[in-house]
Design a protein around this ligand. Sequence first.
Ligand SMILES: [Zn+2]
Length: 302
Amino acid sequence: MKRLKVLHLFFWLVIIGLVLTEAKAETPFAKKIYKVLIIDGQNNHRNMADGTVMMKKFLEETGLFTADVITTPKKGENMDSFKPDFSGYDVVLSNYNGDAWPEATNTAFEKFVKNGGGLVIVHAADNAFPKWLAYNKMIGLGGWEGRNEKSGPYLYFDEAKGKMVKDTAKGVGGSHGHQHEFVVTTRDVKHPIMKGLPTAWLHQKDELYDRLRGPAENVNVLATAYSPVEQKGSGRIEPMLMTLQYGKGRIFHTTLGHENYSQKCVGFITTLQRGTEWVASGKVTQAVPADFPTVTKGSARP
Ligand SMILES: [Zn+2]
């Protein structure tokens, strides 16, 4: 009888042990999952909704992020209802290019970034809000919507000087030539977002933004691309990926990502994933994927 009791106790100890082991396996040590808010709703790009779905997937498949989507009212509609609670998020990703937000929303957004919130700006999001000074300081450079030399200098890479230069001469802010495949070249190999990536890689067909203008304060250009005159480009080496600081907030700005086929580039996906982790934490823990493009061989995911 006593022996049976001991066996019984032993049985339950084994069961409890198994349950505890299982629970431990399901909760890996304090792995932080960053919360991302993707904003869309208006954009001059017809792939806006697809882009949101794709970018949400790219971020969540890393296991580092969960992403919510908030969609603004349509163009011309009353914007008063657009009041996201930014404070619940680590990062805001803007896929938005449209009407001005309510003043209170702008103020809350400025406060979010200034206090250390991360911001990711994708392609046409840098066309938005030409009159909102704080936003232009956050994105560094923007295009179209009446931007010109009054918006700030045109920043490009001067090969002879080996550095970025600011051109304050009169001219348009923002243009692009024909879409084509082009090589993206790293200019800051030590930055966590770029570290370990090939220093030059072939990007899928995309718009190559040129002549972007803005306050260009605290901007660190991570990568550039040559905009060929034959493709109706600027003939200059243009910033493609950049980081900025606004108050305590980190910003990653990618000019890439015009169409679905552009966003399927493993170079676009990887820099978006790494850029989002960097704005959230100041670090990048993600490995370089095996299918990353090389300088001669592009790479896209289905
Ligand atoms: Zn575009």
